[in-house]
Ligand binder design. Structure first.
Ligand SMILES: NC(=O)c1ccc[n+]([C@@H]2O[C@H](COP(=O)([O-])OP(=O)(O)OC[C@H]3O[C@@H](n4cnc5c(N)ncnc54)[C@H](OP(=O)(O)O)[C@@H]3O)[C@@H](O)[C@H]2O)c1
Length: 331
């Protein structure tokens, strides 16, 4: 599972007259259902509620740059920016070369809309915003114990049969919940489980990877860069902002942060010693664990850096040392 060739060198300067660089070839794996394959690196458009006009313009430029650089998997959800994220992805892909038709677009059914009577209306609203007749993969964003999957899954399967969903997946599901979801699909199967998974936050990923491998389900790893920490952010005294601390209290809480930062600094030393970018270690460690990272980015330069990082594949022994450091096993 390697990038086939190096990504083009990142360029931070705007050169409107220069043709777009040749896109990187990001390896993809076949999906168990449908004809599309699933790239092993993707861009997530959560956006964190930053949706001013200026932020939207920057987000659009970020999506467009990702497409230019060869990213073909875009992750969004009906809840991201209350639909704004889907609208921006749809808008940029419509203008992309070939209408962005070869991109794998993943969106999610909100945990608030899991009733059989709500599923179709949610998908139709998402498709309107995405400006597409169908979505490639539709994920249940998260389970809700109050709504049985016996309600949600058949409603999704009906939409799959109509061709409005290319394939069905889930997010934040345990193995037991995946088994329960699969029981209510008669003619199709789950293709994806998207879970939080990074070097510092392994529990959810490790709990589902063996089952997913056995059943041909792609594990999509969200928060692969630990909100920038695994890119080297917050290692030189800068404190994580409230929105980041709130999202990942187990990493960024007052009692855990000093130790996590100490380990991240050690990872940075390892990266320097191995002469690879720190995010190459973070992203390829996930690949080596059988997961496909979906990173977030709020500006084009971040996409450039992350695509360039993916093009560098650290040796296995470096990934093993990184895991030991992240676990707190000091060298
Ligand atoms: N299914 C779910 O429940 C769920 C939950 C969370 C996320 N997701 C998906 O996963 C995606 C990624 O999650 P995430 O945003 O938490 O992942 P992440 O990749 O760990 O963090 C992304 C953030 O890290 C910083 N960053 C990224 N590249 C950088 C670079 N080259 N240099 C410096 N900083 C960099 C940026 O922060 P700044 O923007 O502050 O600059 C960016 O927004 C989301 O967009 C969403 O699509 C899904």
């Amino acid at each position: 599972m390697t990038a086939k060739r190096a990504a083009p060198k990142p360029s931070r300067k705007k050169r409107p007259t220069t043709p777009a660089p040749a896109p990187a070839s990001i390896e993809a794996v076949p999906l168990a259902v449908g004809t599309k394959s699933h790239p092993l690196l993707g861009l997530g458009l959560w956006g964190l509620g930053r949706w001013s006009a200026e932020d939207e313009a920057r987000t659009k430029a970020t999506i467009a740059r990702a497409y230019e650089l060869g990213i073909r998997w875009f992750d969004t959800a009906e809840v991201y920016g209350a639909g704004r994220s889907e609208r921006l992805v749809g808008d940029v892909l419509r203008r992309a070369s070939g209408g962005g038709g070869e991109a794998l677009v993943v969106t999610k059914l909100s945990w608030e809309h899991l009733r059989a009577s709500q599923v179709r209306a949610s998908l139709v609203r998402s498709l309107d915003r995405l400006a597409r007749g169908s979505v490639d993969i539709y994920l249940v964003h998260a389970p809700d114990d109050r709504v049985p999957l016996a309600e949600t899954m058949p409603a999704l399967e009906a939409l799959w049969k109509e061709g409005r969903i290319g394939a069905i997946g889930v997010s934040n599901f345990s193995v037991a919940q995946m088994e329960e979801a699969a029981r209510h699909l008669k003619e199709t199967r789950l293709v994806v489980n998207q879970v939080r998974y990074n070097l510092f936050d392994r529990e959810d990923g490790e709990a589902v990877v063996p089952y997913c491998r056995e059943h041909g389900i792609v594990v999509e790893a969200y928060t692969p860069l630990a909100r920038g920490l695994l890119h080297g952010r917050y290692l030189d005294g800068r404190q994580p902002p409230a929105e980041v601390r709130q999202f990942a209290q187990d990493l960024f809480g007052a009692s855990t942060l000093p130790e996590i930062v100490a380990r991240a600094r050690e990872l940075r030393r390892l990266a320097e010693e191995a002469e690879v970018p720190l995010p190459s270690i973070a992203l390829h460690w996930l690949r080596s664990r059988g997961a496909a990272p979906v990173f977030g980015a709020s500006r084009p330069a971040q996409v450039e850096e992350n695509v360039a990082a993916w093009a560098v594949r650290p040796p296995e022994d470096v990934l093993a040392r990184a895991e030991a450091i992240a676990r707190g096993e000091r060298a």
